[in-house]
Design a binder for this molecule. Structure first.
Ligand code: ACM
Length: 672
């Protein structure tokens, strides 16, 4: 099933869902409190709109954007005249502007009341209204009578105040339009921090007028002009999203050193790195000129990035050059600095002083969490949740990223179930208050502009819900049900995560051949991080293999799990669905064999097609035993088990099969 229109999706989902109580919504993230009331608020050209309280340009633009999106769905023009009439059909009431620049302490709450006659959105701040408008758009549905909003009473506010996405534009550059689409998608799922990783060993991506050799020599010409940065920051501000720049120092800094080798700990010369990993190049922490440079640089950049936080990086500092440098070692001895970790703390102290002078608070990766680190820094945990709790126990503010690395190509469900503050946390309430939230990370070793959106979306929606919704909202099946609808809604912004697979396949296959690959990628997903053993990828490696066309978390994964559960309970529709799954999974191997003499990409799919064939055989047999309530000979179970074990959690070429979990559930349900 691949409906092209949102209403078709909703209509298709509705019958299966009406059994659940109360009325079904497709909101993501789920609001703090929501009560569907069954009302139907018709959407048509007669929609009158009022802004009855505070209003400013930002609010009017947000209302205008929401109406434009609604128009696109209901296919009639809507008014752009906003009265102050409390009897209007859509009434928006905002108390005050809120922070002029999006702030970590912004009040993002809102209430939304939708009856058959009126939709009323009330918020203390403009950002609250922006969040509420997204909810309102998610209430849009359709039936035979036309378009409408589902009736509801919602009282909403986020669980965490820091809800972010990191995008690494250092390793692979991303154009302005890609960043803007990302910001649109983020706003839709109520994320509020765009963490922009702007410098790396492989690229320095911002125009600096003060130190022009940074972008001139460190970027291959792929950088944002200052006008583009201002444009993006203002685009984000309009959507209630903070932009936190990261200029990673003292490591991950090779691209700086190409134009300014005097910043380095060794003489150089340097060139932009084309490979990945922890490089040896590290800034020189004992030269005053390093700090003068950073001061001048931060002074310039502080004018471009108004957020009060500034990410210093601080991760993966290779100590080798500091260890090997006689001058640095002499300096360390003279200043009682006992090792390279302590040297980095001394560097950070100087850096924090500079940031403070420019009105900025530091954020850094968890390696900076060392004895004597000043309390000012927010710790971003990436190596493990333990660094988050350790930071909080030390009385420091912290954000969690470790379970939310999108480049590791985990399932949405895996990200979803990782909670920054699980119910069994051993942190005290005061320590819990120091956990500001979290960020998903889109590192870009293995993403290009063509595929980045399919790596971010729709899985980021699951993370967004984890950061916004109450902890108790954790039903994986229900999340996937709503994520599917959300994924289609996200395409409204031109995001390519849904269209990319077929677009890439079209380049090497057509007609029935394309359908074969497309079908395969409904049952296979990319291997984890990277291209696999021996790939030796560089910045120039084309990311155009079958694994790059693949969806990160194909819907058949959760659907088959759901069907297996229901089939074990005797649901005949689920049994029928699984039979169709297994029939499809069984055919890819022969199909690819039939085209491989014409289409070399078939070889990318052969190994996983073999695994799918094996899975389908066991699955079909298990299904028959379950439905006939028959007990197989013990040898069947032993064989099924060993075949399954050879597939579960395994990678075949550069792909992983979908369905092993469902087949395991069926095997477990077979009568003994
Ligand atoms: C990191 O992933 N090195 C922060």
């Amino acid at each position: 099933m691949r409906p092209t229109l949102l209403f078709a999706t909703l209509a298709a989902l509705a019958p299966a869902l009406t059994a659940q109580a109360p009325a079904i919504h497709t909101l993501l993230p789920v609001p703090a409190s929501v009560a569907m009331n069954g009302a139907r608020f018709p959407l048509d050209a007669g929609l009158t709109v009022a802004i009855t309280g505070f209003r400013d340009g930002r609010l009017e633009r947000a209302v205008g954007r929401a109406l434009t999106r609604l128009e696109g769905r209901i296919t009639v023009p809507l008014t752009r005249t906003y009265s102050a009439d409390r009897a209007a059909r859509l009434v928006i009431n905002v108390a005050r502007a809120g922070y002029p620049i999006p702030d970590v302490d912004e009040d993002e709450s809102y209430t939304l009341d939708v009856s058959g006659e009126q939709a009323a959105l009330t918020a203390p701040t403009v950002v609250g209204a922006i969040r509420g408008l997204e909810t309102l758009l998610q209430l849009q549905a359709a039936d035979g009578r036309g378009y409408f909003l589902q009736g509801t009473r919602i009282k909403d506010a986020p669980r965490f105040k820091w809800r972010g996405l990191l995008e690494d534009v250092g390793r692979h550059f991303e154009p302005v339009e890609q960043i803007k689409r990302t910001l649109d998608g983020m706003a839709m799922v109520k994320l509020n921090v765009f963490h922009w990783h702007l410098s790396e060993d492989q690229g320095f991506r911002v125009e600096s007028r003060r130190y022009p050799r940074l972008h001139e020599m460190g970027s291959d010409g792929l950088y944002y002009t200052q006008a583009q940065i201002r444009d993006i920051v203002s685009y984000a501000t309009d959507r209630g999203i903070r932009v936190v720049p990261e200029f990673d120092v003292p490591g991950h800094s090779t691209a700086w050193l190409v134009g300014y080798p005097e910043l380095a700990s060794v003489p150089g010369p340097f060139s932009i790195s084309r490979t990945w990993g922890v490089l040896p190049d590290v800034m020189n922490p004992i030269k005053e000129s390093t700090y003068r440079f950073l001061d001048g640089f931060i002074a310039e950049m502080a004018l471009l990035f108004p957020d009060r936080y500034w990410h210093i990086g601080g991760d993966e500092v290779n100590p080798q050059q500091w260890k090997a440098s006689p001058t640095i070692q002499v300096y360390m001895k003279a200043h009682g600095i006992k090792n390279e970790d302590a040297m980095q703390v001394a560097f950070n102290r100087r850096l924090f002083g500079i940031l403070k002078a420019h009105g900025k608070e530091p954020v850094g990766w968890d390696e900076i969490l060392q004895p004597d680190l000043p309390k000012a820094a927010v710790i971003q945990s990436w190596r493990g949740v333990n660094y988050l709790t350790e930071a909080a126990k030390q009385g420091r503010r912290a954000i969690l990223s470790a379970p939310y690395y999108l480049d590791h190509i985990k399932l949405a469900s895996e990200h979803y179930l990782a909670d920054p503050l699980p119910a069994n946390t051993d942190l005290t309430p005061a320590q819990q208050a120091l956990i500001l939230g979290g960020e998903a990370c889109m590192w870009s070793e293995y993403v290009t502009p063509e595929i980045i959106e399919s790596r971010i979306w729709p899985r980021l929606g699951a993370v967004a819900e984890r950061f916004w919704s109450p902890r108790e909202v954790n039903d994986v099946n229900d999340m996937y049900r709503r994520l599917e609808v959300t994924s289609r809604r996200l395409t409204e912004f031109g995001l390519t995560h849904e269209s990319q697979t077929d677009a890439m396949i079209r380049r090497f296959a057509a007609g029935d051949d394309a359908a074969l690959f497309s079908g395969l990628l409904e049952y296979a997903r990319p291997r984890g991080f990277g291209l696999g053993p021996g790939a030796n990828a560089t910045q120039f490696t084309p990311l155009t293999r079958l694994m790059h066309a693949a969806r990160t978390d194909p819907w058949n994964g959760w659907r088959m799990n759901d069907r297996a559960r229901r089939a074990a309970g005797g649901d005949t529709a689920a049994v029928r669905g699984l039979r169709e799954d297994f029939a499809r999974m069984a055919q890819f191997r022969a199909g690819l064999e039939g085209v491989r003499d014409r289409i070399p990409m078939a070889n990318d799919g052969m190994p996983v097609a073999g695994a799918l064939l094996d899975l389908s055989r066991i699955g079909m047999q298990a299904l028959e035993y379950v439905t006939r309530n028959a007990t197989p000979a013990p040898v069947w179970r032993t064989t099924a088990d060993s075949t399954l074990k050879a597939i579960e959690g395994k990678t075949f070429g550069q792909l992983r099969p979908i369905g092993a979990e469902a087949v395991r559930a069926l095997v477990n349900a077979v009568p003994k």
